[in-house]
Design a protein around this ligand. Sequence first.
Ligand code: PLP
Length: 395
Amino acid sequence: MSKSSQEIIALFDKYVIPNYTRYPVALVRGEGPFVWDAEGARYIDFFPGWGCNLFGHCPRPVVEALKSQVERLLHIPNTWYTEEQGTWAQLLSERSFGGKAFFCNSGAEANEAAIKFARMHTAKGKYKIITFTNSFHGRTMATVTATAQPKYHQGIEPLVPGFVYCPYGDLAAVENAIDEETAAIMIEPIQGEGGVNIPPTGFLEGLRALCDKHDMLLIFDEVQTGCGRTGNWFAYQHFNVVPDAMTLAKTICSGVAAGAFIAKAEIASSLRKGMHASTFGGNPIAAAAGIATIKMVEDENLLARAKEMETRTKERMNKWKNELDIVEEVRGVGAMIGLQLKIDGTPFVQRCMENKLLINCTHGTVIRLLPAVNTPFDVYDEGLDILEDALKKGA
Ligand SMILES: *Cc1c(COP(=O)(O)O)cnc(C)c1O
């Protein structure tokens, strides 16, 4: 592997479908909060693996668990049992609401399971699912329909029937939208792609009450927020609410592809035998990475670390808010940070990249950081210096 970035880009131009906007850099190696390109330049990565790499790049305990697993068993179908899948389900269950798991390979796939589950579980005739403005649930036909952002719908209509959109945070609108055909409410307890949006006080609890009253399921999409990212195991644990089911992906395997759908034990068998499946779901490699991820969060006390990161980040960013006209608001829970600007944030991503810091901008004006929860604070501060400098120079 010794091609230059330019040579690698040429390969893509010729052979890879250009459905992504990519930075003109090929990455070859990563370690913790750092990643290196083909020319040997080192970047501080505040957005490792688009939020999947909870501990940054190639965390040792996960790498070791994977090495040991690939020597034993790569893949077997779900017609057999493995200790790894069972143990992984147990660990997730014990840290959430005591539910049972179905494993798959991505966030969209986990949400597909949730959508099917909602329709199979609820009474005949109930099929509608309420979702929210600025949500993101994935790119398959059903999950992109669940995603209430029109920009993702253009050109692929007709969409899947049965989704109803409400403004995020507007409980009265949800109450109005419910009818006898409504099966479920599906929501990110903290929105990610929509700009790191934290629900208004009482909103999630209000949704819970509506679901209880109208015999509907409350489903939380924790694909971005799950597994310790926010300083609790799951984001819903910051609120006084428990869902009927939740979906996980991004963070749960430190960067190995996987997803999970978890439903309360007493209703989980509504995902009936023969009605849903995923060939690679819960495979031994994903399970080994999933177990190692949970263990690492605990061994290294990373829930507390994520909370410390939040305090540190807010202290620093609130100073920027006071000093800089372009900063509107600082939002964040744990190692999930949104810096709301009054102007387009994309030029800052470019400027930071030139200065060897990788960040993200979402929803046009929100600088989003999903740093490794164990980023050493001296490295973290160094990255924030680069971002501060870019913001001061006005990109
Ligand atoms: C990324 C994301 C998804 C989609 O996950 P994929 O693995 O890309 O299918 C779904 N929901 C949320 C909240 C996400 O952040």
